[in-house]
Design a protein around this ligand. Sequence first.
Ligand code: CS2
Ligand code: MG
Length: 404
Amino acid sequence: MRISSADVIVTAPGRNYVTLKITTEDGVTGLGDATLNGREMAVVSYLRDHVCPLLIGRDAGRINDIWQYLYRGAYWRRGPVTMTAIAAVDCALWDILGKETGKPVYQLLGGAARDGVMIYGHASGGNIDELLEDVQRYRDAGYRAIRVQAAVPGLDSTYGLHHPGSGRTYEPADAAMPTDNVWDTPAYLDFAPTMMAAVRERFGYDFHLLHDVHHRLSPLEAAQLGKSLEPYRMFWIEDPTPAEDQTAFRTIRQHTTTPIAVGEVFNTIWDCQHLITERLIDYIRTSVSHTGGITHLRKVFDLASLYGVRSGSHGAGDLSPVSFASALHLDMTVPNFGIQEYMGHLDPASEVFRTNYEFRDGYMHPGDAPGLGIEIDEEAAAKYPYSPKYLPVNRLRDGAMHDW
Ligand code: CS2
Ligand code: MG
């Protein structure tokens, strides 16, 4: 099982994706997602120039050793670029091991701890009526958990909504230069409880309700938000404050019982350590493709399990179907699984990535094909060339840059 080649495939079926394909001397291939939204080519270079040449000739079955070799051996550790590159290698090696042994990866990880993976879908609207219509759509489709976002009245644009005229896509990274959005915290804090009240009033309480704050509040504002949402029994509020300021979460915790989810921008167990061990959060949102792959994310979830923190991995559309398949295999096996985000992918993505996962009754299953159960059609991939695309940036009314 020696590695004979490692190739990076860059394609844009609906949005930009970077995929690592590792091939063994026996011709077995494995895939890993290496997409870092808005900074894609940094990971491409890291892989092509510094990682792929180091893999040739190595035993593909020594997944732990290769992980340590890339992490410790680089001297420069952590960070999104490094950890996304390592993740892609790690997932591709698990994929190869599955294909070699004829087993789906979740079996290699110790087997299923559940029958399926609860996912949450994303309802949104330009106003509350549109949002309620969208929630209805997810209810009809059988979702047991729904994230809700709506345009904040008085603001020209609100991040995280379906893009008008774009069908089901949203958070589209569709601009050659980042556009400026304008943000107003008091307007948002006034609006958020009315949005949740409308959703609960119409649909009741027999499904999980989630909301993403996109790192925009101060600790006290986040505490106020959490308190104002308590009557609506949120499953979580996500990223209430910028995640790198970790003691902020102590303040939020002291004031509200609304559960908190954090971690989509974290890359290692070290980033999560204090939030978990000090029980400052309820869900850890690190993803398989930005946190060192299955091998490392498993350690994060194991640490979290000691402290009653559950998993809730990031699964936005800028993580490719390869990432989503990898996440599902791990989600099947962790005892402290909480929920998995599923934003879905645009239609051209299914031309390029052949998937095996299946949605049934609110749950996803990764399927039983050997490995990750995902293939890439490189001819189709070549039809969708890369060009740089950016999400918007966020400014306050006075023009100052703000978090998003
Ligand atoms: C969002 C992300 O899904 C989420 O929770 O916060 O979509 C995030 O905006 C993007 O992944 C950024 O690349
Ligand atoms: Mg988020």
